[in-house]
Design a binder for this molecule. Structure first.
Ligand SMILES: C[S@@+](CC[C@H](N)C(=O)[O-])C[C@H]1O[C@@H](n2cnc3c(N)ncnc32)[C@H](O)[C@@H]1O
Length: 356
């Protein structure tokens, strides 16, 4: 079978360079060879590790966040509990274990997983086989059934594609993926008008990223929680303010690799654009919190108390638990670059955001 790289090269030779966003979409979701369609590898033995895989404390605290959100929504007797991009199912499995403390919450919840990857759907089914709720799957948010919504998504925004723009001495240009003189994939520039939002005084050579996909997801999520009530928690690494920077990154076995070297074989991401995502949500009439650094958010939910309880229960594992807490919350680890925000319906104050 022709590799994705060879197919992309042939298509570019025939039709011309493609945008960085189209390149990301093909690398992640090409049905025959895209990373998520064929070989997503999470965890210590895979390509990248996420917060739920660092420690069970992450999912447990988010589970308690969901229970308290449901309380503040007036304890609806039926609601949709959804996760978008659930990876191998660890986050939801830990959330549901913590939620066993609230049987009325579990009795009211209908569990939906929004996932595009067939191999990850299989991993989620296995991970959640013994959980108190039986999951159902959707490919898109719009397929979720009616009803109040509590949605969580960790490290989903960074998989959504972005365009890249750069100011050059000849004017604005869009960075595109084409072919170099040697016939291999190579970045190039195509003249472009200045996108509306970008600062005309940007210094030469500086890259801006714009993700229409992240902004339109914000609008979709906002429309859902505005009309049904509820809240959607998004956590990711990224920018809290609009600022420039080239953040396109490919990871294979925890190492950064050239994003053009092996399309489909590495995870390919950009930083979450929280301002764009939240603009989309607010424009659709929903309310939204500011971004809180992940460390601050988890501490407000009780990370330190949970870590101490686990250490008391398992003194033999105290050092490992302390290291996990630090990894999740310290500013020089995941505590500052990762951020949390909530898009919600009118009148709700999401847990953790009372003071913002
Ligand atoms: C980086 S993984 C994060 C997994 C998990 N949330 C965690 O924290 O371990 C990204 C997840 O988003 C899913 N995904 C990527 N693009 C998606 C899309 N457009 N719609 C729904 N899920 C998507 C992937 O298949 C995967 O489950």
């Amino acid at each position: 079978m022709t590799s994705l790289k060879d197919r992309l090269k042939a298509e570019i030779a025939e039709s011309g360079p493609i945008s960085v966003a189209d390149y990301m979409l093909r690398c992640l979701h090409d049905p025959e060879a895209g990373y998520y369609a064929t070989r997503p590898a999470l965890g210590a033995d895979g390509d990248f590790i996420t917060a739920p895989l660092v420690s069970q404390m992450f999912g447990e605290l988010i589970g308690l966040w969901a229970v308290e959100t449901w309380n503040r929504m007036g304890r609806p007797s039926r609601f949709v509990l959804a996760e978008m991009g659930p990876g191998d199912g660890t986050l939801m499995s830990d959330m549901l274990r913590a939620a066993r403390l609230a049987p009325a919450f579990l009795a009211a919840a209908e569990l939906w997983l929004v996932e595009t990857s067939a191999p990850l759907r299989a991993a989620q089914a296995e991970r959640l086989a013994a959980s108190p709720l039986k999951p159902q799957w959707a490919s898109r948010l719009i397929e979720l059934p009616q009803g109040p919504l509590i949605l969580v998504a960790n490290e989903l925004l960074d998989c959504l594609p972005a365009l890249q723009f750069i100011r050059t001495d000849k004017g604005w240009a869009e960075r595109r993926v084409g072919l170099g003189a040697d016939g291999e994939l190579a970045f190039g520039l195509a003249p472009s008008i200045r996108p509306d939002d970008l600062d005309p005084q940007t210094p030469l050579g500086v890259v801006w990223e714009l993700s229409g996909a992240q902004e339109s997801l914000g609008a979709d999520v906002g429309a859902l929680v505005r009309s049904r009530g509820g809240a959607a928690l998004f956590i990711d690494y990224g920018r809290a303010e609009r600022e420039p920077g080239d953040t396109l990154q490919a990871l294979e076995r925890h190492q950064k690799v050239d994003p053009l070297a092996c399309p489909g074989e590495a995870d390919l991401t950009v930083w979450a654009d929280f301002p764009g995502f939240l603009n989309g949500a607010r424009a659709s009439g929903a309310q939204a919190t500011p971004c809180l650094p992940q460390g601050e958010f988890l501490r407000r939910l009780g990370l330190d108390q949970r870590a101490e309880a686990l250490m008391r229960a398992r003194p033999d594992r105290a050092q490992a638990i302390a290291a996990q807490r630090a990894r999740l919350a310290e500013p020089d680890q995941m505590g500052q670059l990762f951020k949390a925000c909530v898009v919600h319906g009118p009148g709700l104050i999401p847990p953790g955001f009372e003071e913002t």
